[in-house]
Ligand binder design. Sequence first.
Ligand code: G6P
Length: 614
Amino acid sequence: MCGIVAYIGKKEAFPIVVKGLKRLEYRGYDSAGVALLHGDQLNVYKKAGKVSVMEEFALGQDVAGHAGIGHTRWATHGEPSDVNAHPHTSMDGKIALIHNGIIENYDVLKRELQNQGYIFKSETDTEVIVHLVDYISKKEHVWFGEALRLALSQVHGAYAIVAISKEYPNRLVAARKSSPLVVGIGAEGDFYLASDATPIVEYTKKVVYLDDEEIAVIDLEEGLKLYNIADQERTPFFQQLEMELEALEKGGYEHFMLKEIHEQPRSIHDCFRGRLNAEEAWVNLGGLRDYEQKMITANRLIIVACGTSWHAGLVGEYLIEDLARINVEVEYASEFRYRNPILNENDVVIAISQSGETADTLAALELAKSKGATILGICNVVGSSISRLTDGGSYTHAGPEIGVASTKAFTAQVTVLTLMALSLAHKKGTISETHFRTLLAELEAIPEKVKQVLETDALIEQIAAEYKDASNALYLGRGSSFPVALEGALKLKEISYIHAEGYPAAEMKHGPIALIDENMPIFVIATQGNSYEKVVSNIQEVKARKGKVIAVVTEGDIQVREMADHVIEIPETNEFLVPLLATIPFQLLSYHIAVMRGCNVDQPRNLAKSVTVE
Ligand code: G6P
């Protein structure tokens, strides 16, 4: 959480930093600030609210300067306010610093610094770092970069930090532990720093991802140098970004979320491209090939994830257990890591994460690794912390997802899990050749079918208009459609602030049925398959209590149509692949309801896309 951008070079820093902050706003958007070095001035502008509020405030003042740092915040310590916004400055106004992460021992450090006469302006944990850097630099007579390195050995917690000082106008110093930081190397001897590559890609594709406990010293004359906390120099590993700038723009859509929903035919296709061939009957996930035997013989596969990624994991559980007959457990990363789980080298732990940075998921993997388990990842962001920590894994190739509510990343995760289940089943011999070929062909046909589902948009918008004022909603599904119900409910509450719950359809009788009245919309996945008749009975139970039923059904369905208030048809597909189609109407529905309710679709209140705090 929190977005960091910095620039040093020959260009004006302010427009680059502000544009970068806007690209990173999905990481947090409650306050923003910049610090700019202009001659012997260090100008700091910060404001509660969106980046644009800060931008407006700063324009009209001195925004010149060739070195600048900027921050967009998701509050942890201290409410969103002008004072708590970053950058924070030393008392003499010489050093400015931005931070993403949490300093766990800030209270102790703060008291020690207060005893030394330091006066704190904000309630943040970050201010401790800037005063500590200042204190060490004065006490040890060292420059601020060295002081930062020494300060970090006293700091416990997670950080991505960038600092500048007006005493060293040609330098910028950065450090990372558990929170991401990327350095972009410009063609004109200039440098860009950011929490992820999105603010950098329009200027350069040559980047270095900082490793944990690594410090970057950027000097306009000497270039980029990396050190570890013990001050040993490290060799930078330069990488080429594959991201394209267009992927970061709205491309004519009103919101990123809508664009990302509509990108799904392509993102699902990109996800399986080169990885399956129905005609030749093969599937191949290159990054997992070396671990498949291990997965087949493992005690169990444990999927760890948070939020939407956890829902994808639940779909994966159904697929892998049913097709490959391997024991799978799906865990919330935050619970798993604190439960002292029984793990050993015969377990395989698979993290699913769009960002590849979620703090709890990362920590769960580290725990699994320490116990000797094989750790694998399914990530979207290339080069992210989880993808670098894991032994092997698969990228989802969905392209940058900017809307805070996850859409195309979810369907891409489910696609990878489907490929994984098919590959394991085929290798293990638990699937017949005919069934294998049928499923591969069905998967290849899914992007076209997603297109057809997207064509029901106008109908979904009408349904949205009817239920936009509901205060509660229930989502029901069985089997692998149960996680789709959970995901549908999450989408609605995330962006429209309507309370919604997802339930296994049969469990409704054990509680939620008490909530049903004529005002309650109940969204049901009632597609053809094993549990169709059971779901039909559940719909009857709802109707008997006058609930409003909106059912997602298979094209041509007659039975549910007679009972439900509305039906949304999806094309026929194999039952295993229904989640990939059934989830789309719920994404569109939440989107339209949120727009009709005047909510900020791409940046819902209190949420952030990349949750780098625990
Ligand atoms: C946040 C986001 C969700 C996401 C979850 C897990 O809550 O708002 O969209 O599903 O984090 O993130 P990850 O990047 O690990 O998939």
